[in-house]
Design a protein around this ligand. Sequence first.
Ligand code: HEM
Length: 424
Amino acid sequence: MAEVKTPFRNAYLVNQPDLVKTALVDRPDDFPKAEVIRRTLYDLLGDSVFVTNGELWKRQRRMIDPAFGGGRLKEVFPAILDAAETCVARLGPLADGRKVEMEFETSHAAADVIFQTLFSEPINTDDAQAVFHAFRRYQRTAPVLSILDIMNAPGWIPRPGRKQARAEGRAIKALLRTYVDRRATQIADGTAPDDLATKIMQTTDPVTGDRFDANEMLDQVAIFFLAGHETSASALAWTLYLLANDPHAQERVAAEVQSALGDRRPEFSDLKRLSFTRNVFREALRLYPPVPMMVRETTLPEHFRNRDLAKSSMYILSPWHLHRHERIWPKPDQFDPDRWYRPEEKGPQTDAYMPFSAGPRVCTGAGFAMLEGVLLLSLIIRSYRFTPVEGEVPAPVTQLTVRSETGIWLSVQRRDGVIPPLPE
Ligand code: HEM
């Protein structure tokens, strides 16, 4: 556990699995989300489920969770498949060996997935394009927290980029409002499609009996876009980078997909036959967890590892550090998808792997994201081969998620298979 003492408050970086479990699983109410996260992201996220605590957060989860329950994954599968096939088709004209910035491509695909599953709309409409590009600008201007926030330094000390990020956040919100208002009208007149937005807006809280009003729903839509596409885009881009640098693993994915699917359209039941592809994605989430740190706050005085932690200390959990911990993982920095088959590595996989967090605040979209990641990866690798570009070694930086400072540039080459046309 690393301690940072500051004039305003102390921060603790917690890398010990049982202390991580204390905050996330055993006593989550005593370690709420740090208030500074809510303040920093307020213009975009308002009081969305990602930033709230206590009773308000519990109520929001009760209304959101049913939309992501087990059976629903099968229902969103066709929409995710559409977005995946569109991504494969979009890469077609670029796949002649030239270098392509893959973060842009995976962001486009992941945003399409969210539009299709949440609002039954493809990303190529003008409104959707406006939202997508506004999120791109937001992502570049908005580091979640600066060190000044972690220290709780006074608000008058300027945070670089914050003003611009706030303006972008408000602009995105205005764009998303059109979608929520339109959907409210469709629900009222009985023409709403059966998608995630409709499901969430029509779910009644079993405890209070109420539903989200339009403003609350808008906050939730903002987090679905942000949490749902930034993360998946980051994960997929880093996965392709890792595969580009491990041709053997890349060909194993291609062979697995060929044997499971051949050239046909996948079905939901095919996913269980893509175990190596899934392990590649898992391993990429270990090495490049899109959410590299999670910031909690102590609400009581604590005593851990011979240190007294004052109330209101920052309690920082870092998947990045935990996933690469030398005393926990064998060869932690090595990309080794086969480790997920080894029984002797079960310990760290259970105790020191948390790309989706853990406990009651675990990512709502974890199952959705695994489905999306494996499906997109398998279809992309079935059609294309990726190789590194000389001189383009991505340097990871924390923006909203773990991104490369200068993008992830890879050379893309068509395989022999048929590239499907854009779905209608
Ligand atoms: C690879 C993709 C993804 C990763 C790695 C990821 C990771 C995470 C993590 C680590 C958290 C907890 C953050 C914290 O407690 O500070 C989280 C929360 C959340 N995620 Fe994801 N996520 C992914 C995809 C998605 C998707 C696709 C959706 C929805 C469509 C989603 C929706 C959410 C929401 C709503 C929360 C807030 C949950 C709460 O606080 O109760 N995520 N995610």
